[in-house]
Design a protein around this ligand. Structure first.
Ligand code: NAD
Ligand code: G6P
Ligand code: MN
Ligand code: MN
Length: 433
């Protein structure tokens, strides 16, 4: 019988996770679900915990939901640990978006200067969790959802020396949920191959006769709305001629790089209006928590679909069920490259199609990229390595290098001033600097 632990349990996403477990009740013999948070999140944790209990009860299950601020008690003898926490809470995200915005740069949760600082704040905490896990649940699997998901998974593997980790994102899930119907097919009849890194990957698709349908999907992307695009990303089309040359489907986040000018202008407009994504999310969360407090609500409310991370539980719960029951399903996860992308080192984390089973993630070979994509991915992955090393060592020069490498931060004096200002603004959460 399984002991599941979720760190950052007070998240408004938790009901989705519970729903995912309930859907898989026949595959997962769950005994307890421990929801862990910190004192600042205690109120949210209690509301979400009650909500989870109602959902479980409605399904006639006897799972015990335990809410706690004692992480070590939760980790003791855990089987699966999932992480979905936000160091510095939403106030830190507001800074990640607004401080770069005040310099005329892009402010975003996982890209640009904001994404770099989210890594700086999160890496020390995740490494501390790994340390506890080595002592308290050395056989457990760690399912990481905490952003920046790829860099956090890299830190867990490379610096935490913890191999039993799967890094997740809902972006590939949403692509596979929405694309098949645009070409009148079903997912079960298609073969998907993804490769890249988290929030910077591409994919190709084949039908069951072996014919590649990537270009068919791309054509459909230009008729109407991209239904697979997460709610937090402003929609602007890629240049069609670029995709025709590339012959791959870029993920939604590539917009920040392929249409940098337009995405920046949009983000600066939001900045001027005092309406960046964090501020919008605060409103959505307010509404969600009002709903969660309704003692009659015992299912995931539809308003949760307004969050960018909607459907992540399909990835989280399916990967857990696949490992536990050795299902060997196809999923897109952050895991060790192991040669799947020959353009990147083997011993670092990539986000790729993989077979998920009892042995963890076994990545599928994607093969080499064309020079344009090879150039991008080598820059972006090596930037991630610089960021993680800076996050572990607190080396100022490395942090500056990361800023200068990042395509969304124009290099120069303003970049250095921004770095300095963000170091001061985040001081409380940066013990390493
Ligand atoms: P949130 O602000 O609701 O934070 C979740 C919980 O974490 C809060 O209750 C908070 O109190 C708690 N927390 C903060 N620091 C903690 C710590 N040190 N230990 C334990 N708990 C702590 O955030 P959210 O919007 O629910 O997102 C949670 C995380 O998931 C974020 O890192 C976010 O970026 C990430 N996320 C990832 C994806 C993805 O695709 N991988 C999608 C959406 C969100
Ligand atoms: C996305 C992603 C996440 C991202 C989140 C933001 O689509 O995959 O990694 O950070 O949603 O959602 P939010 O609702 O918090 O803006
Ligand atoms: Mn993501
Ligand atoms: Mn730069």
């Amino acid at each position: 019988q399984l002991k599941m632990v979720t760190i950052g349990g007070g998240s408004s996403y938790t009901p989705e996770l519970i729903e995912g477990y309930i859907k898989r009740q026949d595959q997962l013999p769950i005994k307890e679900i421990w929801l862990v948070d910190i004192p600042a999140g205690e109120k949210k944790l209690n509301i979400v915990g009650e909500m989870a209990r109602r959902m479980v009860k409605k399904s006639g299950l006897d799972w015990k939901i335990i809410t706690t601020l004692d992480r070590r008690a939760a980790l003791k003898d855990a089987d699966f640990v999932s992480t979905q926490f936000r160091v510095g809470l939403m106030a830190a995200r507001v800074k990640d978006e607004r401080i770069p915005g005040s310099y005329g740069f892009l402010g975003q949760e996982t890209n640009g200067a904001g994404g770099i600082f989210k890594a700086f704040r999160t890496v020390p905490v995740i490494l501390d969790i790994v340390k506890d896990m080595k002592e308290l649940c050395p056989d457990a699997w760690l399912i990481n959802f905490t952003n920046p998901s790829g860099m956090i998974t890299e830190a867990i593997q490379h610096y935490g020396k913890w191999p039993r980790v799967i890094g997740l994102c809902n972006v590939p899930v949403m692509a596979m949920m929405t694309e098949p119907q645009t070409i009148g097919r079903e997912l079960k009849d298609l073969t998907y191959k993804f490769a890249g890194i988290d929030h910077f990957h591409w994919h190709r698709v084949w039908d069951k006769t072996g014919k590649e349908v990537t270009m068919e999907i791309i054509d459909k992307m230009y008729e109407g709305k991209d239904a697979g695009l997460p709610k937090n990303i402003f929609e602007i089309n890629f240049f069609k001629e670029q995709l025709e040359q590339m012959k791959m489907i870029p993920c939604g986040y590539h917009r920040y790089y392929y249409r940098q000018e337009e995405m920046l202008n949009h983000s600066l407009e939001e900045f001027d209006n005092g309406a960046t994504r964090a501020q919008e999310v605060i409103k959505i969360e307010h509404e969600l928590f009002k709903l969660y407090q309704d003692p009659n609500l015992n299912y995931k409310p539809k308003q949760l679909a307004e969050r960018g991370g909607a459907h992540y539980s399909d990835a989280a719960c399916e990967s857990i069920a696949s490992i536990y029951a050795d299902k060997r399903t196809h999923m897109v996860v952050s895991t060790l490259n192991n040669g799947a992308i020959p353009d990147l080192p083997s011993d670092h984390t990539v986000e790729v199609s993989a077979q998920i089973g009892a042995a963890g993630a076994i990545p599928l070979t994607f093969g080499p990229f064309q020079p344009a994509e090879r150039g991008w991915i080598q820059l972006m992955k090596n930037m991630e390595l610089v960021i993680d090393k800076a996050a572990v060592t607190g080396d100022y020069g490395l942090a500056l290098q990361a800023f200068i490498m990042n395509p969304l931060i124009p290099s120069g004096q303003k970049a250095k001033d921004l770095l300095d200002e963000m170091l001061v603004a985040n001081k409380e959460f940066l013990p390493q600097f």
